[in-house]
Design a protein around this ligand. Structure first.
Ligand SMILES: C[S@@+](CC[C@H](N)C(=O)[O-])C[C@H]1O[C@@H](n2cnc3c(N)ncnc32)[C@H](O)[C@@H]1O
Length: 235
């Protein structure tokens, strides 16, 4: 077994879910791809590793820049999607925290959205997070702030660390957005999966109510979104 109970649990939430992910969260996660590649100074001829590639969004963008791309993910259904979306990349299964590459084998390594978590809909619907979920050990956790993520990279030995907040409005169809949790993706998906029918209906109602202010006249959601983007140098 590689990694902690938390890692194993997190990986299990992606199993067989590439299609639902591409339809829902994947579209949101695509937004900062170019900024991430800029931060890593990815350009023609560079050897780039995309870790946790999912459906290969960042890998495909790096290929478009003329990079030589290797893309890895733990989840087989994601690898299939990555091969489809990033033909030309070397796509293979590999599981963090141990990757089967020698040190110095890449000019840049990128990872887009490794961590993402729960929303306020859960509290409004009177549902509690399952107590048996594995928690991240305090010494492996970090504050979800620019300083917190920068500190994590610095503690891992990277130098010239920078972290910025990238903010945007995510435009999505409400059903596509709901498809992520409804198909069991991530902790919010597990939480939904565990609820009896009545609680699932309450959660759906709260989702509709809380997201209503963000709907356009044509029904499209415009969700204010922010992500931390950090980079550093491995000497
Ligand atoms: C939020 S998705 C991000 C996917 C992609 N980077 C993107 O921008 O759409 C997280 C990805 O990390 C992968 N993942 C989770 N735990 C992993 C691990 N321990 N090793 C490798 N990949 C992992 C999941 O299978 C999933 O594809």
């Amino acid at each position: 077994m590689i990694g902690t109970d938390f890692d194993t649990h997190e990986r299990s939430r992606w199993a067989g879910r590439a299609e639902a992910y591409e339809r829902s969260f994947g579209r949101l996660c695509a937004y900062p791809a170019e900024e991430l590649l800029d931060a890593a100074a990815v350009r023609t001829g560079q050897r780039v590793l995309d870790v946790g590639t999912g459906p290969g969004t960042v890998a495909a963008a790096a290929l478009t820049r003329g990079a030589e791309v290797t893309a890895v993910d733990a989840e087989p259904s994601m690898l299939g999607a990555a091969r489809r979306n990033a033909p030309g990349a070397q796509v293979r299964q590999a599981v963090l925290p141990r990757l089967p590459f020698p040190a110095g084998g890449f000019d840049a390594a990128v990872a887009n959205f490794v961590l993402n978590h729960v929303s306020e809909t859960v509290t409004a619907a009177g549902v509690t997070t399952p107590a048996d979920l594995p928690r991240l050990a305090t010494d492996r956790d970090f504050p979800r702030t620019e300083a917190g993520l920068a500190g994590l990279l610095a503690a891992a030995g990277l130098t010239d660390v920078r972290c910025v907040t990238v903010a945007w409005k995510h435009r999505t169809d409400p059903e596509n957005w709901w498809a992520g949790p409804a198909n069991g993706i991530s902790t919010i998906g597990l939480l939904l999966e565990r609820q009896p029918a009545a609680a699932r209906e309450r959660l759906r109602r709260e989702y509709d109510r809380l997201s209503a202010p963000y709907r356009d006249t044509d029904g499209t959601l415009h969700l204010p979104t922010a992500a931390l983007l950090a980079c550093g140098r491995a000497d």
